[in-house]
Design a protein around this ligand. Structure first.
Ligand code: CA
Length: 246
């Protein structure tokens, strides 16, 4: 059985939520695992429906990303069976599908999928849905707030504050800060930021990243306030892990 397992340590020292990815397109499965792990989740990946069945009969994960068309058993059938079983009745399921027709969507939701994403989708969009679904099902497992020093980011209300001051950010600057702040100290290249914040499918010049980082900095720091974003020459940007500590 082809199970790929990995368990990164979560930032807060707790157990990272576990996600099972069931996807027979290997490249997409890998892309999803990579991005989910970067978000701090524990990921297992299987490529066949029957393998997923075996895996799900063991200890259920915290969430399943389930492709519709699979060899072995279809995603639709797996979802139906999950809902029929007591231990997995409320297990969060996001269905992936290449079909975009309304009737198919309704069918997916009627067998009990919590959310439904049509391929091709943007990875940040799917990550946002994963977080939002986990927040609903396991509020204790996903952080709604990120904070460092006097800087606070609230994902629920989408508000950012520095001390007592409200900071108004555009949607891209907000996602950029969220992305960097969740992984303090890690340096991201411009192309990694484009993938993680803007999404893989976009064709944007890497200099766009500099423009948005510049705007973000301008909003975050006034006068002599310390800049929480670090520029690493020749490498990219990171959220300064010493911010608020020194
Ligand atoms: Ca498929």
């Amino acid at each position: 059985m082809n199970v790929v397992r990995s368990a990164p340590k979560s930032a807060n020292g707790g157990t990272a939520p576990s996600i099972l990815v069931v996807e027979d397109e290997q490249a997409l499965g890998l892309l999803l695992s990579y991005n989910l792990e970067a978000e701090g989740f524990t990921v297992e990946r299987v490529e066949r429906g029957d393998e997923a069945e075996v895996r799900l009969a063991e200890i259920p994960p915290d969430l399943v990303i389930l492709d519709w068309m699979l060899p072995g058993v279809s995603g639709l059938e797996i979802c139906r069976r999950l809902r029929a079983r007591e231990s997995t009745r409320t297990l969060p399921v996001i269905m992936l599908t290449a079909r975009g027709e309304e009737a198919e969507r309704v069918r997916g939701l009627s067998v009990g999928a919590d959310d439904y994403v049509v391929k091709p989708f943007s990875v940040p969009e799917l990550m946002a849905r994963v977080r939002s679904l986990l927040r609903r099902s396991r509020p204790e497992r996903v952080a709604n707030r990120l904070s460092a020093g006097d800087l606070d980011l609230d994902r629920e209300t989408r508000r950012v504050r520095r001390g007592t001051r409200d900071i108004h950010l555009g949607p891209t600057e907000f996602r950029l800060l969220d992305y960097l702040m969740e992984r303090p100290g890690r340096v991201f290249s411009r192309s990694q930021l484009l993938d993680g914040v803007w999404g893989q499918s976009v064709e944007i010049d890497e200099r766009t990243v500099d423009v948005h980082v510049g705007r973000l900095r301008k909003s975050l720091s006034r006068g002599r306030e310390r800049d929480p974003i670090r520029t690493v020459r020749g490498a990219g940007y990171s959220f300064d892990e010493t911010f608020g500590r020194t």
